[in-house]
Design a protein around this ligand. Structure first.
Ligand SMILES: NC(=O)c1ccc[n+]([C@@H]2O[C@H](COP(=O)([O-])OP(=O)(O)OC[C@H]3O[C@@H](n4cnc5c(N)ncnc54)[C@H](OP(=O)(O)O)[C@@H]3O)[C@@H](O)[C@H]2O)c1
Length: 395
């Protein structure tokens, strides 16, 4: 059987762009995926061609990939099937729109855009041009996430009425970031909510919304926010209410995020799970970190306890290959896990689908609307040029 090859263009050369491009190297067969393969064919930097060339040197197996010194050139490359947008959130709308307007399919990093109207516009353009568009919430595509959703829909823990999810990372902002850093800088749409809180919301949504029968009901939200000196948030707490549906009563989601506390203070899981999905017959627990969990525990009323480990696959020891993010690496031969979302892009394009299987564009939009509401409730504004629908806008 001949394989479907997806040819990737990487837009931006920062931390996550490198992690993602590296994760495209292992043969998908090492994770049981036999019908597709990935190839990085080009990368672009907004600063210089040299920067893109240096970036490609850090990635295995991309010797013949092209390097571009502008995003515009990448979009014009006819050899590129899909572009992975890996700029700061502030730039996603402008950059993803550039790709879509240029006729390219797009996988865009989280948070999808700065606000919901921007995402509505991207969806409209993708539909008009019949292009694939997906938010790069990699966690959704992990076998672990599929298992958790299956536990819920199978009825094993009974009717679910509450999920709590925390992604707090101890990185005291005034000690960790200078004011220009994308984690805190309003000009780069900084703050805990859009960067980390999106994962807490992902767990609330994939357990209380994705698992609903159609038609799905969106949630309302109440929130509190502690601001950093620059006006972006350093800690945010959200209470979501999903109304009763035909198959379930009202359900509540408690999503928290922050930069001063940690969901896993000793790094060993001693503090317990950071995510709990609770039903009438028991619960399923997921351990920190919410973006790349590797351990679950199912606890049922009848005394059943089922612990599972979910290591990420890869080419294994002896391969001389490593991946990771932010200076910390997984053991030799173990993937980061970003390939699952890449595989979903390949399968979607092979099958002619225009959105992701486990997070519809409608769901991404509902989450974006929740984040807009939370920012509105707490008067967290971003600069006009970041929130605008005007295109092109120079940032
Ligand atoms: N899925 C995950 O696990 C994960 C982890 C971390 C981050 N992310 C997401 O990925 C995105 C990028 O994060 P990152 O940590 O990779 O950021 P980063 O290391 O700061 O890289 C961002 C890149 O964007 C490009 N860029 C264009 N205009 C820029 C500007 N005005 N300021 C800064 N950079 C600019 C730069 O590349 P060029 O100069 O080459 O154009 C830069 O290297 C964010 O949306 C973040 O939420 C996801």
């Amino acid at each position: 059987m001949s394989k479907f090859t997806l040819k990737w263009g990487i837009l931006a050369t920062g931390g996550i762009a490198e992690t993602f491009a590296r994760d495209l190297w292992p043969n998908p067969e090492c994770r049981g995926v036999k019908d597709i393969e990935h190839k990085v064919v080009a990368a672009a930097s907004s600063s210089s061609k040299k920067r893109a060339e240096d970036f490609l040197k850090e990635v295995r197996g991309v010797e013949d990939a092209k390097a571009y010194g502008s995003y515009e050139e990448l979009v014009k490359d006819p050899n590129v099937d899909i572009i992975y947008v890996a700029t700061p959130h502030s730039h996603h709308y402008q950059n993803a729109r550039l790709c879509l307007e240029g006729g390219k399919n797009v996988l865009c990093e989280k948070a999808f855009t700065s606000n919901a109207p921007q995402l509505e516009k991207l969806i409209e353009i993708a539909k008009e041009k019949n292009l694939f568009l997906m938010e790069a919430v990699w966690t959704r595509y992990f076998p672990l996430s599929i298992y958790v959703r299956d536990v819920i829909t199978s009825g094993k823990i009974g009717t679910v009425s509450r999920t709590s999810a925390d992604l707090s990372m101890h990185m005291v902002p005034e000690k960790t970031f200078d004011d220009s850093h994308r984690m805190v800088n309003p000009d780069l749409a900084g703050g805990a909510l859009l960067d980390l809180g999106i994962y807490s919301l992902t767990w609330i949504f994939q357990t209380l919304y994705t698992t609903q029968k159609e038609p799905k009901a969106p949630s309302s939200v109440l929130s509190a926010m502690r601001k950093y000196k620059l006006g972006t948030d350093e800690q945010t707490s959200m209470l979501l209410t999903f109304p009763a549906t035909s198959d379930r009563g009202e359900a509540h989601g408690i999503a928290t995020t922050g930069m001063r506390t940690s969901a896993d203070p000793d790094g060993k899981g001693t503090a317990g799970p950071s995510i709990r999905v609770q039903g009438e017959e028991g619960e399923i627990q997921i351990y920190h970190p919410a973006f790349r969990p590797t351990k679950t525990k199912l606890v049922l009323k009848d005394g059943t306890v089922e612990e599972k480990d979910w290591p990420q696959p890869g080419p294994g020891k002896g391969s001389g290959w490593k991946n990771g993010f932010g200076g910390s690496f997984q053991p030799e031969g173990e993937g980061q896990g970003m390939f699952w979302e890449a595989d979903e892009c390949a399968h979607a394009l092979k099958e002619g689908r225009k959105e992701g299987k486990y997070e519809s564009l409608q769901e991404s939009l509902e989450i974006m609307r929740v984040m807009d509401k939370v920012r509105e409730q707490n008067e967290m504004k971003l600069p006009e040029k970041i929130e605008t629908l005007e295109y092109p806008t120079k940032l």
